[in-house]
Design a binder for this molecule. Structure first.
Ligand code: ATP
Length: 201
């Protein structure tokens, strides 16, 4: 399967872009969705969390208390490492399985931390959605109704714009309007169809 990794900083427009690829019939594997499901009730990851922390890691309904775990990790960096070691292999396996099952001409792996978590190794091409930091701040604040400081903290924790651009095979410039975005996606879709055919042959 020909895999296109899509990444970009917070609020850069990854979801907007992958929705446009989806309209061309391309399947999207979303690392964020998988990361959330990994902690579902009854799963091995949640069992390991309860083994380590006890029931205080759970809500009354038996689901993970995500706010509690976030706080714990924030205060104890060694716990963050432990959690990453637990979840990353599970997330990776699930990503691989979904990529293998995808039934479109090529498949997109969408991951905000594609570069940081070295998921680029799973990709034939890396597509970066690029905007200025000012645009990231403006669009994320508008979308999520959060403060500038909160968005800035997330930007600072992610790979830098330069690091992302260095890893890019293709770049979508998302400062313009929807029509500009649609036309960039169309051009790339044609390219990826051709590259997928070459890989198949
Ligand atoms: P996150 O990493 O936070 O999940 P994202 O990269 O998936 O974000 P989107 O949710 O697609 O980003 O876009 C961020 C916001 O910017 C959304 O409200 C979206 O509607 C808006 N947006 C995206 N592209 C454009 C554009 N070209 N012009 C105006 N607004 C846009």
């Amino acid at each position: 399967m020909f895999v296109v990794g899509v990444t970009g900083g917070i609020g850069s427009g990854k979801t907007t872009v992958t929705n446009l690829f989806q309209q061309h019939g391309i399947m999207i594997v979303d690392a964020d969705v998988i990361a959330r499901h990994i902690m579902d009730k009854g799963g091995e990851a949640l069992r390991a969390v309860v083994q380590r922390y006890g029931d205080k890691a759970l809500l009354d309904d038996g689901n993970l208390n995500r706010a509690w775990l976030r706080e714990r990790i924030f205060k104890h960096p060694e716990d963050k490492q432990w959690l990453n070691d637990l979840t990353h292999p599970l997330i990776r396996d699930q990503i691989l399985s979904q990529l293998q099952q995808a039934k479109s001409d090529y498949v997109i792996l969408s991951a905000p931390l594609l570069i940081e978590n070295r998921l680029t190794k799973l990709c034939d091409r890396v597509l970066v959605v690029d905007v200025s930091e000012a645009t990231q701040l403006e669009r994320t604040q508008q979308r999520d109704n959060v403060s500038e400081d909160q968005v800035q903290a997330i930007i600072n924790a992610q790979a830098s714009r330069e690091q992302r651009l260095q890893a890019a095979d293709n770049i979508i410039h998302n400062e313009g309007d929807e029509a500009e975005l649609t036309s960039q996606v169309e051009t790339l879709h044609e390219l990826y169809l051709r590259l997928a055919l070459v890989k198949q042959s």
